[in-house]
Design a binder for this molecule. Structure first.
Ligand SMILES: [Zn+2]
Length: 94
């Protein structure tokens, strides 16, 4: 299971708009989450960031977006709207 992540990011390599991100770091029940979303940590959420991923079909690269999670109360976190780190890896090896 996973959640949809409601963000739009330009592929760092080719500039294509990507908007089909998923994550396994949220509640993992097909929720829609995004910046400022508040949720209870799921079974896999042990990091203090949430990694969302999508594949750019234009240039075949895997794009990871790492978003800090801000603690709200016990076990509840909010997705930070700032300081997102975007990484892009080629999946064809070039
Ligand atoms: Zn691309």
């Amino acid at each position: 299971m996973y959640d949809h992540v409601d963000i739009k990011i330009k592929c760092p390599k080719c500039g294509t708009i990507l908007n089909d991100f998923q994550t396994k770091d949220g509640p993992c029940c097909y929720d829609n989450i995004g910046p400022l979303s508040v949720f209870k940590r799921g079974p896999y959420g042990k990091r203090d960031t949430l990694i969302a991923y999508d594949i750019c079909e234009n240039c075949n690269c895997w794009v990871d977006v790492e978003m800090p999670l801000v603690p709200v109360t016990n076990g509840i976190v909010m997705v930070s709207p700032m300081n997102h780190k975007i990484e892009c890896r080629s999946i064809t090896g070039d």
